[in-house]
Design a binder for this molecule. Structure first.
Ligand code: ADP
Length: 570
């Protein structure tokens, strides 16, 4: 039976009990009232009539006989019409005939005797009615006792039922609700094994069934979901572990989430000691992790796999809904590429070196051919010889540059130090760039005071760097722009700076601008560059103990600068 019907039945039953007890009370009260009315109406009045007749018989002489007779007659008449008890009728008749006789008597003796007779009859009537009153009173008392017993019984029954209802019903509703709440809490704590058992076939039973179905479905979903997530996790772990690169995952609070085998070997710690640890704490004692976390440098030389290995560092941010939730640091093993690169550099160095001697001898031979004393050449031949000379000159320059690059790449830069005034470097560079600047009608505003001290520098290489900076400035400046070339003293060094008002450099690329082969993605000005110029410039300046850098903002232009030590001996 459902709860609604149970409630209806319980409250309906209580209502019925209340109705029955009030009906019974009403019935008994009516019966008692009727009994008392009967006593009053039937018997009490007869007693009053008899008493009135007795009083009239005893009237004093002052009361007239007519009044006396009238009173007696009237009361006998009323008694005759109030006969209620068996035997009362003949007594009333006898009273009437005795009174009729009494009225006719004149002798006082006879009147007195007749009066005694009437009193005797009145006594009998009174006796009869008093006995009846007593009997009826006993009947009414019996009715009252019966009423009290029955009403008490029904009242007690009602009380017991209501009491058990009040005691049990709240629990009947509240207990399943409490158990349901407990079940919901268990489910929210991911205990999907929780089940409810309500044996009653009511709404709570249905609720338990629905709850159990939901928990079973969640359990099923959780297991299938968990299985697929675990499968994916293992797959990704296998891929990550089989890679030749070191990979470390760090969450947004800097705790290490995972590290693959290569990363563990490189860092020199087992995975169990890394995962779950606060990365900056480990970085305190681990140089490599410190470099990975805090140093901008993207290329690292690490002893790995029994040899000197080269790694590049890439940091990928992991985002969720545009919010950074961690990062993945990848150390890419580029040792093989580096070896190929070294081989290429050695090859270029050898070739350019080997080419230099025959090219120089070709130029020598050309000079001899041009000499009139060796033999005359016609104008056409002269022109051809000049072309060959120009091409050979170009070839020699290219080989020299190739040799420079090779030197830089192998770290064997040959420096030709000497004391020189900054103006010499500036003049050479400006002269070399003049024609390029003129093509775009660009003005180069030079500020290089004569009062500046000499610097210790390799004149050729420093000039090469300044030309490179100036040619970039020209390349990335609009037509008719002005480029500022300033030289000033800064502490113990001289700073050369080239400032243009061109497109500038996005801050995110500033740190990488001096990397080999790096070119800003999508930069418009020149598609033919190699991305080597600034890298070589950096190597040349740092080889001389100087520092090179850039200050720039996209759209605002750039200021490239480098420093060289002052020659203190001058
Ligand atoms: P490239 O041969 O490509 O010019 P560089 O090493 O000289 O190589 O320059 C590297 C990159 O830096 C260039 O591709 C260019 O995107 C950027 N760059 C260099 N100088 C400037 C400048 N003055 N203004 C804007 N971008 C520059």
């Amino acid at each position: 039976m459902n709860i609604k019907n149970k409630l209806r039945l319980g409250i309906g039953f209580l209502f019925l009990m209340a109705l029955i007890s009030s009906g019974l009370a009403d019935y008994y009260l009516t019966r008692l009232s009727n009994d008392s009315k009967a006593i009053l109406k039937d018997n009490y009045r007869s007693l009053v009539y008899a008493k009135n007749i007795e009083q009239a018989l005893d009237y004093p002489k002052t009361v007239t006989t007519a009044t006396k007779m009238q009173t007696i007659d009237k009361n006998i008449y009323q008694e005759e019409h109030n006969v209620t008890e068996p035997g009362e009728g003949p007594l009333a008749d006898s009273l009437r005939s005795a009174f009729e006789t009494y009225k006719r008597l004149a002798d006082p003796q006879a009147i007195s005797e007749q009066s005694t007779k009437i009193r005797g009859l009145l006594y009998k009537i009174m006796q009869l009615n008093m006995t009846a009153i007593e009997h009826k009173n006993n009947v009414a008392a019996g009715t009252a006792d019966g009423a009290i017993i029955i009403v008490s019984l029904i009242g007690s029954l009602c009380f017991l039922i209501a009491f058990s209802f009040v005691v049990n019903f709240p629990g009947y509703i509240a207990n399943p609700v409490k158990e349901l709440m407990h079940g919901i809490k268990e489910i929210s704590n991911k205990n999907y094994n929780k089940r409810l058992v309500f044996p009653a076939k009511d709404e709570f039973g249905d609720l338990a069934e629905a709850f159990n179905q939901m928990a079973a479905k969640l359990d099923e979903y959780e297991h299938s979901n968990l299985a697929s997530i675990l499968f994916e996790k293992r797959r990704i772990e296998t891929i990550i572990n089989s890679m030749n690169d070191g990979i470390i995952g760090i969450d947004d609070k800097q705790f290490i989430i995972f590290a693959n085998k290569v990363a563990c070997t490189l860092i020199g710690m087992p995975e169990e000691m890394l995962t779950g640890q606060y990365a900056p704490n480990i970085a305190l004692e681990n140089d490599l992790l410190r470099n990975m976390l805090f140093v901008e440098q993207s290329k690292m030389k690490i002893f790995f796999d029994g040899r000197e290995s080269y790694f590049t560092k890439d940091v990928l941010e992991v985002t969720n809904d545009y919010k950074v939730i961690g990062k993945v640091i990848i150390l890419k093993n580029i040792t093989d590429l580096q070896q190929l690169n070294d081989a290429k550099t050695t090859f270029i160095a050898t070739i350019s070196h080997e080419l230099k001697t025959p090219l120089s001898s070709i130029r020598m031979s050309l000079k001899l051919l041009e000499d009139e004393r060796v033999g005359g050449v016609n104008n056409e031949q002269k022109q051809l010889l000049q072309n060959i000379d120009a091409d050979t000159h170009r070839l020699l320059q290219i080989t020299a540059e190739l040799l420079d690059t090779a030197q830089v790449e192998t770290g064997k830069i040959n420096l030709n130090f000497g004391s020189t005034h900054p103006k010499n470097i500036v003049n050479y560079a400006v002269k070399a760039i003049r024609s390029l600047a003129d093509q775009k009608e660009i003005t180069i505003a030079v500020d290089c005071p004569d009062s500046l001290p000499h610097v210790m520098a390799d004149l050729d290489k420093t000039t090469w760097v300044l030309i490179n900076l100036l040619s970039n400035a020209v390349k990335y400046s609009p037509e008719k722009a002005t480029i500022n070339l300033n030289v000033k003293k800064q502490g113990n060094a001289i700073e050369f700076s080239v400032k243009d008002l061109g497109q500038g450099i996005d801050p995110k690329y500033v740190a990488r601008i001096f990397e080999r082969y790096f070119r800003i993605p999508g930069a418009e000005a020149d598609k033919t560059g190699t991305g080597l110029g600034l890298a070589i410039a950096k190597d040349f300046i740092e080889a001389q103990g100087g520092h090179i850098g850039v200050e720039s903002e996209a759209g605002e232009g750039s200021r490239f600068y480098f420093t060289l030590d002052i020659n203190k001996t001058e």
